[in-house]
Structure formats: C-alpha cells, structure tokens
Design a binder for this molecule. Structure first.
Ligand code: PLP
Length: 375
C-alpha cells in the first residue's frame, strides 16, 4: 500500500479555492467597490442564474437553508394544528422549522435503499392522521438525502390526492437530476442551502427557495424582509430578516462557473468508490431514473466503529450522518416517540458512515482510502 503524501480532507474547499481564487477576489472586490452589502446587484444576478440552472421561474435567495425552509412554510401559513410529514433520517433543520412555527412534525420511515422518505409509508401516515382528526394534514417535506432526489412522482401524486403542499428539502441535492428535471424543481416549492460543505457552497451561510408560483414568490420576498409591503416601513405580515449577504452572492456567482464540472467530478469519485468497495460494503444505490449530487458518499457496515478506527489510523477522516434519528432526539421528546417507532431509520443510523467526498479527491488518494478499507 502506498504511503500518504499529503493530508486527506473529508471535504477539500482549499483545492477548489486555488482554482477560482482570482475570480472570487474580483467578485468580492466589486462588492467592496459598490458597497451595497445588503441586496446589492449580485443578489438579482445570482437569483436569475440559479433559476435558469434549475429551470424554475423564481429563485428567492435567503440567509441559510434553514431560513429557506422556515420562510417556505411561513408562506403557506403553517402553524399550530398543522401536521407536516417528513423523514426522521435528516438534519435537524428539516423538522426544527416545523416545530418553530408551532406545527407538528409527523415522521415517516425511510426506504432502506435510498434512505429517503418511503412513499407507501407516507400515504399510510397521511390517512392515519386524517382519520384521527387531531391534526390537519398540511404538507410534506421530502429530503434528497446525501444528494439523491426522493420519489417525487409518487410523493407529488399522494400529496395532490390529499390536497397537501410539497416542499422539497434540496439542501444536499443542488445539481442532482430526477427524470429529466433538476433538484429544486421537483416540488411546488424547493429549498436549498449554500452552507460551505454543501455541493454548491458559499463562504458563510446562504440558501435559496425556488418556485414557479408567482404568488408564493411574492410572499417569500416580503417574508424575507420583515413582511414588507409596498416599502420597507410598510409591514403587511410577520416575516424575518432572511436576506442573503451580497458578499455571499458574489462568491456563489464565481463558484457557479465551475459547478457543472464539479458535479461530474463528484460522480466519478462516487463511481470509483462503488466499483471497488461494492464487494465488501453496501454502497449507496442511486436509482436508474435519477442522479445524485453526492453531498455525502456513505457506506453501511455492521462493524462501523472498527472500519472508522482503521481509516483514522491511516489518516483518513470519516463522519456519521446521522447517528441519531430525529424522533429519538431530546428536542422532539414532546412527540412521545420510542425506540422501534421507525425501525429502518434506526437500523441505518446504526450502520452508516461517510467517506471523504469532494470533486478534487485524486485517484491516488481514493485508492489509498479504498486499500485501507479493504485491509
Ligand atoms: C444543511 C441542511 C439544512 C440546513 O441548511 P443550513 O444552510 O445549514 O441552514 C436543511 N436540511 C438539510 C437536509 C440539510 O442537509
């Protein structure tokens, strides 16, 4: 086995920065020159480019992926008494925003192949909540976990039958595809994050909401600035301070110039891992009708602790997304869930771990990681 010549990063933002540093500096300098730090011209330029990339009429940029989800729910007046269906195997933000608005997250277990919300279980959960008549079924937040889009055709159809809204949590899947459409165009409203470690990341916090609906887009632009009406000091609804900084838009505009290539490079890294590790591990299956943005490349192992320890000995960083499903988090203790309520999520949470994944992972470093794992 070859020796390591340089440090292996879990995500390598430096390698990317070396490629685009001059362009990023020029973009940031332009902001320093015009000085419009709040809602400067880069915001509109970015929103137009993102909307075009995704193939949706409106993009409303905002301060984070969490704000994107929160604002999207606010635009539909989500509040107490509303049931919002989502997966317990996701980042806390997905369900946190539901609870923040006083609504109730109703968890639905995941598909053991994709780790995304199970559409059959979703239909059952909606019927159960509707029959109990305690909560009003209002909408669904499917999550495109690790970058692979959920089963939108099935989910959108179920939601339509019950009159529910679908909000796509595409925080991990910007750049992915599903049946000819891009992630962020797969539901009526879609939310993404530009946190630095996401497939498209800025140099701080950032997010965006996408929709073809003119009315929702207008509401979102109002909610983003304290519920403004015709001007800043006319407030027609309760909103938030949810704007993206002009500086972050400037960074994203430069990063967008190489993004398509980076999506391809991530896909090559994933294919190489799967080809060489498939015999020994459960590698992440991507369904034939979609592609992943590979926010994470995750394996399942019955002995994850020793696999991770072995990699650590060889200087290879790993991570666990997510060690504890949301229904077992103390923050959601008020929902009264127990171990065993969502067995697939619990099983996967006990076996999953993620390998270094970024567009600049060299074949030599990848082979080193693979050799260490196969030892
Ligand atoms: C990262 C993430 C979010 C939140 O995005 P932030 O920009 O960190 O607020 C929401 N949902 C999922 C699935 C995420 O991975």
């Amino acid at each position: 086995m070859s020796t390591l010549t340089q440090k292996i990063n879990f995500i390598d933002l430096n390698a990317q920065q070396q490629r685009i540093r001059a362009g990023v500096e020029a973009r940031i300098n332009a902001v320093l020159d015009h000085g419009r730090y709040i809602m400067g011209p880069e915001i509109g330029e970015l929103e137009q480019q993102l909307a075009e990339y995704v193939g949706v009429k409106h993009c409303v940029s905002c301060a984070s992926g969490t704000d994107a989800l929160l604002m999207a729910l606010m635009a539909d007046n989500v509040g107490p008494g509303d049931a919002i269906f989502t997966t317990p195997f996701t980042f806390i933000a997905t369900a946190e925003v539901i609870a923040l608005l006083g609504a109730t997250p109703v968890f639905v277990d995941i598909d053991p192949q994709t780790y995304n919300i199970d559409a059959t279980a979703l239909a059952e959960a909606i019927e159960k909540v509707a029959a109990a008549k305690e909560l009003r079924p209002k909408g669904v937040i499917p999550v495109d976990l690790f970058g692979q889009p959920a089963d939108y055709d099935e989910i959108n159809e179920i939601a339509k039958q019950h009159g529910l809204r679908v909000w796509e949590d595409a925080a991990q899947s910007f750049g992915a595809e599903y049946r000819g459409g891009k992630a962020c165009s797969l539901a009526e409203v879609a939310c993404t994050s530009f946190f630095p470690a996401k497939p498209l990341g800025c140099y701080g916090d950032g997010g965006a909401i996408f929709t073809n609906d003119d009315e929702i887009a207008e509401k979102l632009r109002s909610i983003r600035v304290h519920g403004k009406g015709s001007h800043k000091y006319d407030n027609v609804r309760i909103g938030v301070n949810g704007r993206m900084d002009t500086m972050q838009a400037a960074v994203l505009l430069e990063k967008l110039t190489i993004f398509e290539e980076e999506v391809r490079l991530r896909d090559q890294v994933a294919a190489r891992y799967s080809e060489k590790l498939g015999g020994k591990f459960t590698t992440p299956p991507v369904k034939a009708d979609r592609g992943s943005a590979w926010a994470q490349y995750s394996l399942l192992s019955n002995d994850r602790d020793s696999e991770m320890a072995k990699l650590k000995e060889h200087g290879v960083p790993t991570a666990i997304y997510y060690p504890k499903p949301l229904h077992l988090q103390e923050a959601f203790a008020h929902l009264g869930h127990q171990h065993g309520d969502f067995p697939v999520s619990e099983d996967i949470a006990g076996k999953i771990f993620s390998l270094p994944m970024h567009p600049y992972l060299s074949e030599a470093d990848q082979d080193y990681i693979i050799a260490a794992l196969l030892k």
